[in-house]
Design a protein around this ligand. Structure first.
Ligand code: ARG
Length: 566
């Protein structure tokens, strides 16, 4: 249940019962009606701008309107107080008993399930290349967004648009032709970097790889066979790491190669519409508009060597997804160096008449930097693989645990390490860069993954000690209890906002604030102490139970796991 929506509906229905005001409640007002948390909690639980909105059409000052409609709003059930603040905000406070009732009986499921479909494009790894730090954000944020969307009822399809049909594959095939297929898993991730390094020093090698790429795309059987053997090995490597990271499996992994089948179809459409231009042997699509104030280069549809391009794969993918999934929205999560690329592709899609009813959205990420402000590197100056990243974090967690004299299993250390790494990634606004500091992210205090898990483990252990939770008794609420219950009630609005804004960091920071409130509650409201009367104990245990419910759900949506002990 989204209590904010509930309150908003109650305000509207009350005002509509009032004959003098009814006609002023226009669709515009409904759209702009805001229910927020008042600047100071003691002002109430909710603050609304309704008087400001009505002021213009009713020809009175917001304060006058507020005074006028206050008696009507007093009819809202379960209201404790209603007051006017500042220029005309109306603050509402609900009765403690009601807050307790709805928060403790809430299952926090979404109010309405949508039927919309969303295609998500994240990951986008490359064949023959180990996942590295540059893949962390697209993977973690994409996965959490997918979980949030599924929770709200969206039908999602997660595409790992693998870079498996362009020059990297050509470079791998060139290498395989000379050195044979990989003998072990390490070989799989070694061949592409080796071949790519050689191409930088040896133009003939590069040319050979380019030629192979074009021939592969044109159906060369021998090369296709190498692809068919190599690709599953490479994907096996990817999926092993994604399992380690607790990322939901992708629904589609075939990437550029899958799309290649549809390129001729799209080529025909583009040709028929006369959209393709020829330029120095390449085929391009011009996407510039008169109003552009920034450079807007054309889309490279086919390279002068005759190869299918990165852009062609993305443009064709839009065509393919419309044809097969016909989603309401396609969202891409990549780093922000691809912002121009997606702008071009979206324009090209519109020019070609594709996806006219589909919203196309690119969410671009900032960079992960070291404490020196430069892109994060390991001590030996290399770009770390994601496996190495997890190991670095796990080592730090292990050292901390040892220092504190605790003994935790390797499995638990791994869960904490993943929480440290992933939560730190999730809590930052995707658009901005962030500093990765291994000591900071593994701390058990402050805005960190371990702190979140620790709070959940603690709640779990309280509940384990008492066994069954009985229905809550009817005792008064202390302010810390009331604040916590109000915050639990905010869960659904948070999830909806995180979804609408494409901003999982809203969820991550909610989880942190929730933990802080839980810990404040725990310190001020003792539960298991002998002098605590039975009915108060029962009520507090019910609060613990609901807190754990909401916290666990938040943790699950972030793709983290709660250990048995910490
Ligand atoms: N494979 C690409 C790269 O490593 C990223 C793919 C992003 N997704 C996409 N649909 N273009 O740069």
């Amino acid at each position: 249940m989204n209590i904010y929506k509930e309150i908003s509906n109650l305000i509207i229905s009350k005002l509509q019962e009032n004959k003098e005001i009814k006609d002023f409640i226009t669709p515009q007002i409904l759209k702009n009606l805001a229910i927020e948390v008042p600047k100071l909690r003691e002002f109430g639980d909710f603050s609304t701008n309704i008087a400001m909105l009505l002021s213009k059409s009713m020809g009175k000052s917001p304060r006058e309107i507020a005074t006028l409609i206050k008696p009507t709003l007093e009819g809202i059930p379960n209201l404790d107080t209603i007051s006017i603040a500042g220029p005309g905000f109306i603050n509402l406070k609900l009765k403690d008993g009601y807050i307790k009732e709805i928060s403790l009986s809430n299952n926090f499921a979404p109010d309405t399930k949508t039927t919309e479909k969303i295609d998500l494009d994240y990951g986008g790894y490359n064949v023959g290349k180990a996942l590295h730090i540059g893949h962390l954000r697209t993977t973690v944020v994409g996965d959490t967004f997918n979980r949030i969307a599924k929770f709200l009822g969206y039908k999602t399809k997660a595409y790992n648009h693998m870079g498996d049909w362009g020059r990297p594959m050509g470079l791998i095939i060139a290498w395989v032709l000379e050195n044979g297929m990989p003998q072990n898993v390490d070989d799989v991730n070694r061949m592409y970097p080796a071949s790519s390094t050689r191409a930088k020093e040896d133009p003939a090698w590069l040319e050979k790889a380019q030629k192979i790429t074009v021939e592969l795309q044109n159906g060369n059987e021998e090369y296709k066979k190498i692809y068919d053997t190599f690709m599953p090995m490479s994907l096996g490597q990817v999926s092993k790491l994604l399992t380690r990271l607790n990322i939901l499996p992708f629904d589609e992994n075939k990437g550029e190669r899958l799309i290649a089948e549809y390129v001729p179809e799209v080529q025909e459409i583009l040709d028929a519409k006369g959209i393709i231009e020829h330029s120095d042997g390449a085929e391009i699509i011009s996407v510039k508009q008169d109003t552009d104030t920034e450079p807007m280069p054309p889309v490279m549809w086919r390279s002068s060597a005759g190869a299918q391009t990165y852009a062609a794969a993305d443009l064709t993918a839009i065509y393919y997804r419309e044809k097969t999934d016909n989603p309401n929205t396609i969202i891409y999560f990549t780093d922000n160096r691809q912002t121009l690329h997606f702008k071009q592709i979206f324009r090209a899609a519109r020019i070609a008449g594709f996806a006219t009813d589909i919203e196309l959205q690119h969410i671009g990420f900032g960079t992960i930097t070291g404490t020196d402000g430069k892109p994060f590197k390991t001590r030996d100056g290399n770009v770390p693989s994601l496996d190495e990243m997890i190991n670095i974090v796990a080592d730090s967690v292990r050292a901390r645990v040892k220092e504190s004299g605790k003994q935790l299993s390797d499995e638990t250390i791994e869960m904490i390490a993943l929480a440290a790494l992933k939560f730190n990634d999730l809590m930052h606004d995707v658009k901005s860069d962030y500093i990765f500091d291994v000591d900071a992210v593994t701390s058990f205090e402050g805005r960190t993954g371990p702190y979140i898990l620790y709070t959940a483990v603690r709640l779990n252990s309280i509940l384990k000690k008492v066994g069954n939770i009985s229905a809550s008794a009817n005792c008064e609420l202390l302010p810390e209890e009331r604040d916590l219950l109000m915050f639990l009630l905010d869960f659904n609005r948070i999830i909806e906002t995180a979804f609408e804004k494409r901003a999982p960091y809203i969820l991550a920071n909610y989880a942190y604030d929730l933990c802080k409130m839980i810990n404040t509650f725990y310190h001020t409201c003792p539960i298991m102490r002998d002098d605590i009367p039975e009915d108060i104990k029962t009520q507090r245990l019910a609060i613990v139970n609901q807190s754990l419910h909401v916290l666990s759900k938040s943790i699950e949506l972030m793709g983290l796991k709660i250990p048995e002990e910490m």
